[in-house]
Design a protein around this ligand. Structure first.
Ligand SMILES: Nc1ncnc2c1ncn2[C@@H]1O[C@H](COP(=O)(O)OP(=O)(O)O)[C@@H](O)[C@H]1O
Ligand SMILES: [Mg+2]
Length: 361
């Protein structure tokens, strides 16, 4: 049941240096794809510490060729893996310290202050959508960050039984009754800025006329390629945020829960799926170059990186069945080469999303 919270859309605060700085994304168009991949990992997978699932990953011995993917909590510089066998994507594990408020939306997420001092929007294992929404969020957000897209940092958030028992609002509201949120490991997306109203603002929606004031509007072409690749079954959602004194907004792409067709992990393609509702965000698209560097990052994403991202997902978020996850990875690998065709289907659809498209390129 969607729950509307009036506070939504007004909140916000300290700039997350961890959210991809868009100016750097633009600059990255001039650098090599390898550099971009490294940049994306630094900037977006930012608050990455500790080896939560090392044991599982260490069992595999086939990734000598994988780039080293371990990062500092600060996110500014990648830390080197200790040895070639420690190639991994480490996601921080944090403890929920204080409940802040309930968020809007079908997954009935909640905002928490956590042990690393950051705020996270947390989706619970027993959310009304599906357990696998947590796995989808983690995997898709990591993949989007590998593609250089502006997405929130992610974390595994441990919510204690005590916090749930002592916080009456920590309930999942079903049709006729409510049940307590489940304790244990949950998915957390770091709040795009601090939730202090005097620090800045976050909006789920901007009127069409305001979209011109979004500094990274070009990245909507990149997330379109990503949503086609991952067969996002939901409309594309972004958090539009700005710090006080900033005139321009920045879009950070949130809500990857229905990528891979929600809990089904199938890829039913359809031209009008996974889109942002307003064509305005695609207004600059005039040629294939408009999708760069993100499209090439997807097409050339190493299979090993996709596998590493999948291995980073806590197994309990997909019923600990590795075979379907492995199949998902293989499908994603195979679909890298299909993204251009899927974009073409959207381009030539009745929605006519790219009026400036120039043929002959
Ligand atoms: N990283 C984030 N930063 C700021 N707000 C967020 C973030 N993630 C989610 N939200 C807010 O929480 C709401 C619910 O999250 P969302 O991922 O869209 O879940 P749902 O699947 O329920 O729609 C969003 O509409 C947005 O207002
Ligand atoms: Mg949503």
């Amino acid at each position: 049941m969607p729950i509307f919270n009036e506070q939504e859309g007004r909140a916000s605060g300290f700039a997350s240096a961890k959210t991809i700085p868009i100016t750097r994304v633009k600059a990255a168009q001039e650098v090599t794809r390898r550099e971009l991949l490294e940049f994306a990992l630094q900037a977006s997978a930012a608050a990455i510490v500790g080896g939560l699932f090392d044991g599982r990953i260490a069992q595999r011995d086939s990734r000598a060729a994988i780039p080293e993917l371990v990062f500092n909590a600060g996110g500014a510089q990648p830390a080197r893996a200790q040895s070639p066998n420690e190639n991994r994507i480490d996601v921080p594990s944090v403890q929920a310290v204080q409940h802040v408020r309930r968020m809007r939306g079908g997954a009935q997420a909640h905002l928490f202050r956590c042990s690393d001092g950051n705020f996270y929007v947390v989706k619970f294992k027993n959310n009304p959508q599906h357990l696998k929404v947590l796995a989808n969020e983690m995997l898709a957000t990591l993949l989007a960050s590998l593609a250089g897209l502006p997405v929130p940092s992610v974390a595994v958030v441990n919510v204690s039984e005590w916090l749930i028992r002592t916080t009456p609002d920590l309930k999942i509201v079903l049709q006729n009754h409510a049940v307590p949120c489940e304790s244990g490991l949950q998915f957390g997306a770091r709040y795009v800025i601090s939730p202090c109203p005097w620090d800045g603002q976050v909006f789920d929606y901007l009127p069409e006329s305001m979209l011109k004031r979004v500094r990274n509007l070009e990245s909507f072409a990149g997330i379109l390629a990503f949503d086609k690749w991952t067969s996002n079954g939901d409309s594309r959602q972004a958090a539009f945020w700005r710090m006080m004194r900033q005139k321009k907004y920045t879009a950070t792409f949130i809500d990857q829960g229905y990528c891979f067709n929600a809990e089904h992990w199938t890829f039913p393609d359809s031209p009008l799926k996974g889109l942002f509702p307003e064509n305005e965000v695609y207004s600059h698209v005039s040629r294939w170059e408009s999708f760069e560097p993100w499209l090439s990052c997807i097409e050339e994403m190493p299979e090993e990186s996709i596998l590493l991202a999948a291995e980073t997902v806590p197994p309990e978020w997909y019923q600990s069945e590795w075979h379907p996850m492995e199949k998902l990875v293989h499908t994603l690998v195979a679909r890298r080469g299909k993204v251009r065709d899927l974009i073409t289907e959207f381009r030539t659809s009745s929605r006519e999303p790219f009026p400036k498209w120039k043929t002959g390129f």
